[in-house]
Each structure stands twice: as C-alpha cells, then as structure tokens.
Design a protein around this ligand. Structure first.
Ligand SMILES: [Zn+2]
Length: 250
C-alpha cells in the first residue's frame, strides 16, 4: 500500500516537472523568436536609414528653398522678391522653373493652368476669415446645408482646405496651385503631373498618405519648389518636407 502511494507520488512529481519544463521551454523559444524578429526589424531599419543617408543631398535646413511654413511652424510676412508668371506671382528665383513645369504639364493636359502663387499674410487672413464666415453660415466648403455652426467648428472645417495666416506656404512665394480643373477637386491627370514635378524642382507637397506629418489633407494641385536635387530625393524616398528636413543639418 505504502509502495503504491510512493509510486503515484513520484509519478505526480515527474508529471509536474514535465509540465514545468514544457512551459519553460516554450517561453524561452518564443522569447528567442521575438528577439530574432526584433533584431531582424532593427537590422532592416538600420539598412533603411543607411540607404536613406547614403545619397542624402548636401543640403541644409536653412537653405532658402527648404523653408518650412505650416501650422506648426508659422512665419511672419516674408516679403519675397516677386515676379509674375501668367496670372500669378512667385518668388523671382523660381520663375523659370514654374514656366517650364507649367509647359510640361500642359503637354499632358492643355487645360493645365496656374491658380494661385504668392499670397501675403494679410491676404491669407482675409481669405481665411471669409472661409470661416461661410462655414459658420452654412454655405462653406464643408458645411454646405445652410445650418449655422460655432466659430470653433467652422475653424476645424476650414483647416481641412485652408491654412491660417502665417501658416500657409503661399506666403513664401515658393508654392503654386496648378490643375487642369478648379482646385478643391481631384483631377484625373494629377498623378502624371506630380510625376513630372521633381524634374522642375517641385514636389507634391501634401500627398495622400502623409497627413500625419504635414497636418494637411491630400491636395493634388499644390506644388512646392524645393530645388531639383531635393525634389528628386524626397520623391524617391517618399519623404515630406517635414521628414526630409529632419534628416538635414541646420
Ligand atoms: Zn496651395
């Protein structure tokens, strides 16, 4: 009888030991797996960064063509030296690039035209306040059904399509709105035009999947001059101006 009890006790001990061993083994192998995976991820990230930095242009954040103006980086009136291209004004240093980009876009669609270029901070303020009023009164771009809304809500609506004064890139003279149709609508040739842009030093400034870094919804008509080398690099590596600047020295 005693022997039997001893036997079943030792069997029980063996069983418990086996269970513990199994648990320990499985947890150590899953930890190993996780470690291997995160090491792999780290290596992939390092390789990506190395590839990113290998052909990084010799540019600085303080270069005139890389100036950042946004809701997070507002700038007072910049008073750029302006020149006229068609019906808009741009920084005189980008006149030729603008003319050439427009001509190339018109080969894709003859209806391509410049809609907007430089806007002063004062004019941006007038535009912005006008949009807020329209939204509050129910005949805005987002609030269209005639219902009245608060100024706070109206501002939220407006910021999906227009920037506050001192926060619009149009203040720099380095941004253009160009389309084959009126802005605030998506054009079918926009993607082809955007592909050409870097050849003339422009980038599509607010791409579809980058609202988290730019703070602005997709705008297929808004192009920003950054210079040919910067534009090609940013496009190849899918970087916004914010992301690109973060890689550069001051
Ligand atoms: Zn614009």
């Amino acid at each position: 009888m005693k022997k039997r009890i001893l036997l079943s006790l030792s069997l029980l001990v063996l069983l418990i030991a086996a269970v513990i061993a199994a648990i320990l083994f499985s947890s150590s192998s899953s930890t190993k797996k996780e470690t291997a995976q995160s090491a792999h991820e780290r290596t992939a990230q390092t390789n990506k960064n190395a590839a990113l930095l290998k052909d990084l242009p010799d540019a600085k954040r303080s270069d005139w063509e890389l100036v950042l103006v946004s809701r997070d980086s507002p700038q007072p009136e910049m008073n750029p030296d302006l020149a006229t291209v068609g019906n808009i004004q741009v920084d005189q240093r980008i006149v030729q690039s603008t003319e050439q980009f427009l001509a190339a876009a018109q080969k894709i669609s003859p209806a391509e035209h410049l809609i907007s270029g430089y806007r002063s901070v004062a004019y941006q303020n007038t535009l912005y306040e006008g949009y807020i009023k329209d939204e509050m009164e129910g005949h805005g771009t987002v609030n269209t059904d005639g219902s009245t809304i608060s100024r706070e809500q109206a501002i939220k609506n407006v910021q999906t399509y227009s920037q506050p004064p001192e926060s619009s890139e149009h203040n720099t003279g380095l941004a253009i709105d160009m389309s084959d149709i009126d802005s605030l609508n998506e054009s079918t040739v926009a993607q082809q035009v955007a592909e050409l842009a870097p050849d003339y030093g422009f980038v599509l400034r607010f791409p579809k999947d980058k609202k988290s870094t730019t703070g602005v919804d997709y705008e297929d008509w808004h192009f920003r001059y950054v210079g040919v080398e910067n534009a090609k690099y940013m496009t190849t590596h899918h970087l916004t101006l914010e992301e690109y600047r973060s890689l550069l020295p001051d």
